[in-house]
Design a protein around this ligand. Sequence first.
Ligand code: PLP
Length: 390
Amino acid sequence: MIISRHRTSQRSDVAAFIAMDVMSQAAALEAQGRSVVHMEVGQPGFPAPQRALDAVKTALPSPLGYTVALGRDELRAGVAALYRDWYGLDLDPRRVVMTTGSSAGFQLAFLSLFDAGDRVAIADPGYPSYRNILKALALDVVRIEGQAETGFQPTPEAIHAAAKQGRIDGLLAASPANPTGAILDRAALTALIDACHAGGTTFISDEIYHGLHFDERAVSALEISDDVIVINSFSKYFAMTGWRIGWMVVPEALIPTVARLAQNLFICPPHVSQVAALGALSAHDELEVYRQGYARNRALLLERLPQIGVSSFAPCDGAFYLYADIGHLTRDSRAWCEDVLINAGVALTPGLDFDPVRGGQSVRVSFAGAQDQVAEGLDRLADYLTGKRG
Ligand SMILES: Cc1ncc(COP(=O)(O)O)c(C=O)c1O
């Protein structure tokens, strides 16, 4: 008899990504023939833009082998041009590093900047993988408890307070944020970056939801300083989650370090996705139609959720999420979401995914899908909450 002698590492003992668990549970119900409205997953319910698909069609007969680790030159130049269009910035394309989604960007950023045991701050509620990737890389997570008055975003005061327990080596912030959609305005972002620079803390800006705003556009950290790390992706605004393609903008001095890590860890981001991404960069007309769809969904939720008794939300300035307080309905958002999934056929993500301490009383509603689905989800929730279902 073979006895397994494998042990697992302590670093791999990270929490599950609950949104993905909800997705699997929903898929199991669908496999039994049940209908589920998907408002759990943070991905557009639409395909990649046609320009991306056309570019791939043209390229498919060619070998599509490895590319250089930092990505194809024309794509890096295309991304640099986006910074001119969106923010009026003149960005050297050599500072653009193509990555296998922003998820690989985090690994490259954390590995190139920090050593095991370094302390990196993130605000809760926040994207769950931040904490889990940091832990897997043996970094210490410094939890900042986001406050409703400041859109649950980190503040200079919170950084100073956290620094009293020990030096903060890095701060990672997202604007618009997941799960709240809250945007840091120019003054707030500037104050945060200044506080980081004054304290010797590296500022990492997750800008994955840029392009998805409902009023004022989000400010890039690069508009404020070149001495920051920016992480972005084709997953959200460009509607290309499964293509696994993203980018970082790094200070010039960091390029060789990131290049060596990227060569060894990933070789290169998927070539076919780099081709698609270059096509997507000229698809703003198609993507604007998607964005208007999210705006309509958001308006529908903001109108109808209060009618069914859910009326306290985070700011929801951008991205495609609404983070709602359900403290009057439950203290265990995980159990509540499971009940809603089984009895109402609506998949939602419990707040515990984003805030392990306070998230038992909140829920994230994703409105990245089609409008008829959002409307159907609201009808089902209304029935559930008024006791007609479940
Ligand atoms: C804030 C945030 N950052 C990063 C990611 C990961 O995205 P990618 O598909 O680019 O790896 C997500 C995914 O939901 C996210 O919400």
